[in-house]
Design a protein around this ligand. Structure first.
Ligand SMILES: *Cc1c(COP(=O)(O)O)cnc(C)c1O
Length: 382
């Protein structure tokens, strides 16, 4: 099946008992056992639930892998994946990464002796040289949050394989519709399904995907042991969102491309970060490994414009955390999504104070542009 068909018929399609075309919500904690030691295959919903199972099969199919696992949030999925490691292990992370991923390593896993090191993963020889004996995994995001840094997944997977360590890819920004890291050599893919996969800003969910049988068994064990599972209703909601991922992503890209080109030529913008812009730094590698630039744009607002006035002048674009919904959302990484990263690290990696991050939604692109134009006009200092 091709991707557009998989989105609708992948995983477990409908209900074999009734013919319902929508997977039923199995809102149950437990399952009747017909006799001692004889179950339907489901025994307790932390361990397994048919609605969640349908979603887990679906994300595995979409990523071209064998095993999917659904969690209560992206951070719960990342926490489960990081629970594969033990005291003394070190994980290399990209210099741009979701603030929460940095925070859980820095403030939680650090207490259990799991170390991290920030490395510019776009620099392949530097990355290769940083893999010492204690390094057990490389964790990347591409395009990375919030500067859209593009890392070459296939090249990094070769480095990981050479050192016999795992490559973990956070594929939240691209989704499997645009990029399938497992097929490029990644071992583990994680998602905040809260974003594009859910797509409607009405759900918090996370997914992890692996292809290796041993890894699949270990992650399933961790999922069941630590218990951060996605509930049946939310699993159903996410399946529902994923069905329209293809049409949504196509429009996200069309709108984002239009807005990125508008921003690139605006005097109020010093720099635009969007991997779909020809000639931009990550364009070539992104085009090689993904079939589009996605819907996320960051830009540096010129100092002649007042940052506060700019945000407060927007009427259609909503100021808020998160991304990937049908509505355009804007945020201020330095004080919002990336506030948990210390000031000096933020400066070093380029998350400056006048950086703006925009999740381009599915509204009419001319209305989004008009809203930005109005905000530029209202925030120009006189
Ligand atoms: C939002 C996000 C997360 C965390 O996911 P939650 O669902 O909010 O827990 C992880 N990675 C990226 C890239 C994100 O944008």
């Amino acid at each position: 099946m091709n991707m557009n068909t998989l989105l609708i018929h992948g995983g477990i399609d409908g209900d074999k008992h009734t013919g319902a075309v929508s997977v039923p919500i199995y809102q149950t904690s437990t399952y009747k056992q017909s006799s001692l030691g004889k179950s339907s295959g489901y025994e307790y919903s932390r361990t397994g639930n048919p609605t969640r199972h349908a979603l887990e099969k679906l994300i595995a199919d979409l990523e071209g892998a064998k095993y999917g696992f659904a969690f209560a949030s992206g951070m719960a999925a990342i926490t489960a994946v990081l629970s594969l490691f033990k005291s003394g292990d070190k994980i290399i992370i990209s210099s741009n990464i979701y603030g929460g991923t940095f925070r859980v390593l820095d403030k939680v896993f650090n207490n259990f002796g799991i170390k991290y090191e920030i490395v510019e993963t776009r620099d392949l020889s530097l990355l290769d040289s940083k893999v010492g004996p204690s390094v057990k995994a490389i964790f990347i995001e591409t395009p990375a949050n919030p500067l859209m840094n593009v890392t070459d997944i296939e090249a990094v997977s070769k480095i990981a394989k050479k050192h016999n360590i795992y490559l973990i890819v956070d594929n939240t920004f691209m989704t499997p519709y645009l990029q399938r890291p497992i097929l490029l050599g990644a071992d583990i893919v994680v998602h905040s399904a809260t974003k594009y996969l859910g797509g409607h800003s009405d759900l918090i969910a996370g997914l992890a995907v692996v292809n290796d049988d041993g890894l699949g068994e270990r992650l399933q064990f961790i999922q069941n042991s630590t218990g951060g599972i996605l509930q049946p209703f939310d699993s159903w909601l996410l399946i529902r969102g994923i069905k329209t991922l293809g049409v949504r992503m196509a429009r996200h890209i069309e709108n984002a491309q239009f807005i990125a080109e508008y921003l690139e030529n605006h005097p109020g913008v010093d720099k635009v970060y969007y991997p779909g812009l020809k000639g931009s730094e990550g364009y070539d590698i992104n085009s090689k490994q993904a079939s589009g630039g996605g819907g996320m744009i960051s830009f540096i607002l010129n100092k002649k414009y007042d940052l506060k006035d700019f945000y407060s002048s927007l009427k259609i674009i909503t100021l808020g955390e998160s991304l990937g919904g049908v509505e355009s959302l804007i945020c201020h990484p330095a004080t919002m999504t990336h506030a948990s990263i210390p000031y000096d690290i933020r400066q070093k990696v380029g998350i400056v104070d006048n950086l703006v991050r925009l999740s381009v939604g599915l509204e009419d692109k001319h209305d989004i542009k008009g809203d930005l134009e109005n905000a530029f006009n209202n925030s120009l200092r006189r």
